[in-house]
Design a protein around this ligand. Structure first.
Ligand SMILES: *[C@@H]1O[C@H](CO)[C@@H](O)[C@H](O)[C@H]1NC(C)=O
Ligand SMILES: *[C@@H]1O[C@H](CO)[C@@H](O)[C@H](O)[C@H]1NC(C)=O
Ligand SMILES: *[C@@H]1O[C@H](CO)[C@@H](O)[C@H](O)[C@H]1NC(C)=O
Length: 267
């Protein structure tokens, strides 16, 4: 057989094997091939440490520009103790509560109208290899800081661990306006000089609390449509390094953002 024929032959063989395997699955029997694969995956994932980087939703979790935290957002509407068949609650939260992702429509009205909502956020951006970096504790994330971090091209996801984590700001009910985040020139540097698409930060906003900057930072990042800020991360137990991140916001159609469950797998 020619080389070409050989590869065609092996492709056909592989295809028919796959067809057999899927036929087996379709009939409810687990093939030894499937079982072996599951066992391999199981032991692969079992070896990996999982770090939860979402904060718990509790009444004292801080809320942007508020002294009172989230407050009583959870409301029990049916109670077994009171004769109801089930315990059942409703909850009311801002779309930007706790650990959450921003959608482009959060700051940019035109993109909101175009349907760039929480449901449209790219799962490929929100899941994959990630770099956790420590930022200089005495500075916000300026262009100069970004330059000094020297994040190589090709790195698509970065979680910035700042003094917010040292100060445990996400564990303090009252909003802290002097939190660390990106300045306008820092965000501009990121979009111009890096390939970062997932920008994670350890307090409630990716932009510093200066009106001009907070807008410019969000415009620079969200205006790209493919950059996703993930804010309010819990990086308490994370040492800088390479991980795999999984971050899943709710499919909130017309949502300008959404709470997200984010975890790291140690790689
Ligand atoms: C049901 O709700 C009650 C409050 O009425 C609470 O005390 C109880 O622990 C809940 N039970 C379960 C199983 O969650
Ligand atoms: C259960 O009923 C009592 C008495 O009517 C009421 O005071 C209490 O708020 C109710 N609790 C819930 C969870 O509905
Ligand atoms: C970051 O910027 C905020 C808002 O201007 C400021 O209050 C804070 O002190 C700055 N942080 C650092 C570490 O310079």
């Amino acid at each position: 057989m020619t080389n070409h024929n050989t590869s065609l032959f092996s492709s056909l063989l592989l295809l028919s094997l796959l067809a057999l395997v899927s036929l087996a699955s379709a009939h409810g029997t687990v093939s030894t091939y499937d079982l072996q694969k599951i066992k391999e995956e199981e032991s692969y994932y079992r070896q990996k440490k999982v770090i939860d980087i979402s904060h718990k939703y509790v009444p004292d979790l801080p809320s942007y520009a508020s002294k009172k935290g989230l407050g009583d957002f959870l409301n029990l509407v049916g109670s077994i103790k009171n004769g109801s068949l089930v315990n059942l609650s409703t909850f009311k939260l801002s779309t930007h509560s706790g650990t959450h992702a921003d959608a482009p429509g959060h700051f940019i009205d035109k993109l909101f109208d175009m349907g760039c909502d929480a449901d449209s956020l790219d799962l490929r951006t929100l899941n994959g290899p990630v770099l956790v970096v420590d930022t200089p504790r005495d500075k916000n994330i300026t262009a100069e800081v970004m330059r000094s971090l020297n994040i190589p091209r090709g790195v698509k996801r970065v979680l910035f661990r700042t003094s917010n984590t040292d100060k445990r700001l996400m564990h303090q009910k009252e909003f802290e306006p002097s939190y660390t985040a990106f300045t306008a020139d820092g965000a501009e540097y990121l979009v111009q000089n890096t390939d970062i698409k997932l920008v994670g930060i350890d307090y409630l906003s990716v932009g510093i609390n200066v009106r001009d900057d907070i807008s410019k930072v969000h415009y620079a990042l969200l205006g790209r449509k493919d950059v996703i800020p993930v804010e309010g991360l819990n990086l308490d137990n994370v040492v800088p390094g390479v991980y795999t991140v999984h971050c899943l916001p709710l499919r909130l159609v017309h949502g300008d953002g959404s709470p997200a469950r984010c975890i790291l797998f140690q790689s």
